[in-house]
Design a protein around this ligand. Structure first.
Ligand code: SF4
Length: 381
C-alpha cells in the first residue's frame, strides 16, 4: 500500500472507500473550486452517510421507488445477454448482426454476483486492449459492467460505465443506460447534459487506458449512446449524442483540480472523517468532531450545491453562520470578488472599514447601490 493510500485510509477510518462515480465526476464540473468536495471524493468518504450522521437533509437521496425503477430498467435492457440492447445499438452504431456479441464483466472468474473491482478492471483492460490491437479474432463487441480507471487529482479512481461497445474497426463507444424518458426523441436537457458529463468521464478513462498502451486516443468516440425509456413506456430506445463539449469541460476541470497531496498537506495532524461505526454499524463519532474536521478543508459553497452534493445543507449553514457572501448566491459572490463576508461589505459601505486599493471600485459600486436603495425607500414611503 502506498503512503498516499495510507494517509487516505486514516482520513476514511474503517469504512471502505466510496469510489468516484459518474455522479461525483460530473459534480466536479459543477463546482471545481471546492477543496472540501475534492478531498472528500478523493478519500472516498461516504458523504451521504456523513450527512445522515450530522442529521442533515440529504438532497441527492433518491426514493427507493426511483432506484428500483432504474434498476429494473437496466435489467430489462441487459437481460438475456443484452438481447434487447443489441438491436438498439446495432441501429445506433450501424453494426452488422455478425459483429455483435456480449460479455458481462460483472462476475469474472467468480461465482459471486460481483467480482472485486481490481479483477474486473484487469479483465476490462485486457479485453479492450486485445480488441484495440486486434490481437485475437475475439468477436465480442459489448462489455457489460466494465471497470475503468481515471486519474483524478493525481489519484486513481475506478469507474463503472454501464456498457462499452466497440466495433470491429476498433472504435469504442460508451453506452449509458438511464431511466429518464426520451419523449418524441427529446430527453430532458438538464438530465441529458448530466448523463453526457458522466459519460465524458468514461470516455476520458477509456482514452487514458488506450494511451497507456500507446494506442491513439481518437479510437474512443465522442459520440455517446444514451439508452432511455421511449416516451411514456418502458420500452428502451438508443440515441447517439455528441459529447464533445462535456468531454472538453470535464478534461479542463480535471486538469485544474488541486493535486491531492497538496490538499492533504494542508490538513492539521490527526484530522479524520471516520464515522467510527459501532458493533451495530451505526456511527459513534461525536458530531462536533466531524464538523470540526470538515472545517479544516476550504469549501466553495454555491446555492447550486444542493443539486450535486450531499453536504449542501451543512455548507449552506456554515456560509450563513459565517456571514459569507456565497450564502447570497454565486452571482453576489462573484460580483463582490475580494470581499469574503457580508459584514465586510457593510463596513465598507458605511465607512467603518477603509477599502484597500483592490476594493475601491467595488466599494464605490456598493455605495452607489446603497444610495439607489435608500432613494427607492424614500420614494415609496
Ligand atoms: S456542498 Fe460543500 S462540499 Fe459540497 S460542493 Fe458545495 S461547498 Fe463543496
Amino acid at each position: 500500500m502506498s503512503s498516499l493510500d495510507t494517509r487516505l485510509g486514516v482520513l476514511r477510518g474503517t469504512a471502505p472507500p466510496i469510489p468516484h462515480n459518474a455522479r461525483t465526476l460530473a459534480a466536479l464540473t459543477a463546482n471545481p473550486s471546492c477543496d472540501r468536495r475534492s478531498l472528500l471524493d478523493a478519500v472516498g468518504i461516504d458523504k451521504d452517510a456523513l450527512a445522515a450522521h450530522l442529521g442533515l437533509p440529504r438532497p441527492l437521496r433518491k426514493s427507493q421507488l426511483a432506484l428500483d425503477y432504474g434498476l429494473a430498467f437496466e435489467r430489462k435492457v441487459t437481460a438475456q445477454a443484452g438481447a434487447p440492447l443489441v438491436p438498439l445499438l446495432r441501429q445506433a452504431l450501424c453494426l452488422t448482426p455478425s459483429e455483435v456479441s456480449y460479455e458481462d464483466v460483472n462476475s469474472v472468474g467468480s461465482d459471486d454476483d460481483k467480482s472485486p473491482l481490481k479483477l474486473r478492471r484487469a479483465h476490462t483492460r485486457s479485453r479492450i486492449l486485445s480488441a484495440a490491437h486486434r490481437r485475437t479474432d475475439d468477436p465480442r463487441t459489448l462489455l457489460d459492467h466494465p471497470v475503468l480507471r481515471l486519474t483524478v487529482a493525481g489519484h486513481q479512481a475506478y469507474l463503472e460505465p454501464d456498457i462499452i461497445a466497440f466495433q470491429r474497426d476498433g472504435l469504442f463507444h460508451v453506452v449509458e443506460i438511464k431511466s429518464f424518458p426520451v419523449i418524441h426523441g427529446q430527453p430532458d436537457p438538464i438530465k441529458a447534459n448530466a448523463a453526457l458529463t458522466q459519460a465524458a468521464a468514461y470516455v476520458l478513462a477509456l482514452r487514458e487506458l488506450l494511451a497507456s498502451d500507446d494506442l491513439p486516443t481518437d479510437r474512443v468516440s465522442d459520440t455517446v449512446i444514451l439508452v432511455n425509456p421511449r416516451n411514456f413506456t418502458r420500452h428502451p430506445t438508443a440515441t447517439p449524442f455528441r459529447a464533445h463539449k462535456q468531454i472538453k469541460n470535464l478534461s479542463r476541470h480535471l486538469g485544474r483540480l488541486r493535486r491531492l497531496p497538496e490538499l492533504l498537506d494542508k490538513l492539521p495532524p490527526g484530522t479524520t472523517f471516520d464515522l467510527a461505526p459501532g458493533p451495530d454499524q451505526r456511527p459513534t463519532r461525536p458530531r462536533g468532531e466531524l464538523v470540526a474536521a470538515l472545517a479544516t478543508v476550504r469549501p466553495y459553497y454555491t446555492p447550486g450545491c444542493r443539486h450535486h452534493c450531499d453536504l449542501a445543507f451543512h455548507c449552506r449553514a456554515e456560509a450563513r453562520n459565517q456571514g459569507r457572501t456565497e450564502a447570497l448566491g454565486a452571482r453576489v459572490r462573484d460580483d463582490l470578488a475580494g470581499i469574503d463576508t457580508i459584514a465586510t461589505a457593510l463596513a465598507l459601505i458605511d465607512g467603518h472599514l477603509h477599502p484597500s486599493r483592490d476594493q475601491k471600485d467595488i466599494t464605490q459600486a456598493l455605495r452607489h447601490a446603497q444610495r439607489i436603495h435608500a432613494d427607492l425607500q424614500t420614494d415609496s414611503a
